[in-house]
Design a protein around this ligand. Structure first.
Ligand code: GDP
Length: 323
């Protein structure tokens, strides 16, 4: 397919470069012939509209990837709805509007699979957006993200600029959150399997029934897909980014134990919630462009476990309380 945006010699601003996705994007963009721009939070607060306008007009990026967001699990979303709605709306609006003012040619906005209705068809196609009520536990975050993708679409329609959006599935990999109180299932089970191995525990506690199905994508594959879209996609609709395959939580737990080399048996904890039974993205739009992920689930978990061990050794991930 024809490339729509050539990164060669371009200045690319990655907003949110300290996060799991932003840091993967910086690693991936290092392989392109472009200049990567980042800014520390202490130097630029993305909530400050005037500051964002000034920084972008001074640094003149050719392209912007909006990977900065206020993120958190179910509990945080429930307790701090204003933070999730207001901060995401403000940060993304500031960046997108300032980019347009400074004549940024290409912008990629990132959302997540939680923008879709709770009862969307599986696998979830892009056009399921706004066809039903959202999952109430993360609607604050989802509403902000929907506004962000609509703002990009509005800039495209009104001004003809190349501002696109991508919606990644559940991501995991280096830089993930391994704090068991707020983590998603992959880092939680990795940490719990590691601890079970270390202490010789006989069982690995897995929340719920083990029957829910989830799709996972390694963050380096996600970053690769995002750079691919930056170069090759200029459409009006947002694009789902996923692996196109899902597994049961029980299978994930067994694969994790094998990757970690832990002999504990899986024990399900029915007092913990299962959440939605299935969440699989329809990735046919992305795959039709020719992109495919490189990691298998097992290969991705092995790579992440190597990173985890390295960081545990360096004292950057600490153990203590576990559930
Ligand atoms: P979700 O995809 O939004 O439901 O978020 P999670 O990644 O937190 O959970 C996915 C599934 O994994 C749910 O069915 C959880 O009950 C299950 N699960 C099993 N063990 C764990 C665990 O230790 N931590 C988390 N976060 N989820 C777990």
């Amino acid at each position: 397919m024809d490339q729509t945006f050539d990164l060669k010699g371009k200045r690319v601003f990655v907003a949110g470069h300290r996060g799991m996705v932003g840091s993967a994007l910086v690693r991936r963009l290092a392989g392109e012939d472009c200049e990567i721009l980042t800014v520390a939070r202490s130097e630029l607060d993305l909530l400050d509209q005037a500051g964002v306008r000034r920084w972008i007009s001074e640094h003149r990026p050719d392209a912007v990837v909006m990977a900065a967001a206020k993120v958190g699990g179910i509990l945080a979303n429930d307790r701090f709805p204003v933070d999730f709605l207001y901060e995401n709306l403000a940060m993304q609006t500031n960046v997108i509007e300032a980019a347009f003012r400074s004549e940024v040619q290409k912008l990629l906005f990132l959302g997540s699979s939680c923008i879709y209705p709770k009862l969307a068809p599986q696998p979830i196609p892009e056009d399921a957006l706004l066809t039903g009520p959202l999952e109430p536990t993360n609607e604050w975050y989802a509403v902000a993200k929907i506004a962000g993708l609509k703002l990009c679409q509005a800039y495209q329609r009104q001004y003809g600029v190349d501002y696109i959006s991508a919606m990644p599935t559940n991501l995991y990999g280096p830089g993930d959150n391994f704090d068991l109180n707020g983590s998603h299932v992959v880092p939680a089970l990795m940490r719990k399997s590691h601890e079970a191995k270390r202490t010789g525990q006989k069982t690995l506690q897995v929340w719920g029934s083990g029957r829910p199905m989830r799709e996972f994508l390694h963050v380096d594959d996600a970053a690769d897909a995002l750079v691919w879209l930056l170069k090759n996609y200029a459409g009006d609709s947002h694009v789902n980014v996923g692996s196109g395959q899902d597994v049961t939580i029980a299978d994930l737990a067994r694969t994790m134990l094998s990757v970690v080399g832990c002999e504990a048996a899986v024990a399900f904890d029915p007092t913990k919630p299962d959440g939605t039974p299935r969440k699989l993205m329809d990735v046919s739009r992305l795959f039709a462009t020719g992109w495919r992920p490189k990691y298998s689930l097992r290969g991705g978990l092995e790579q992440t476990y190597a990173w985890f061990l390295d960081h545990v050794e360096k004292g950057q991930i600490r153990f203590g309380q576990s559930r």
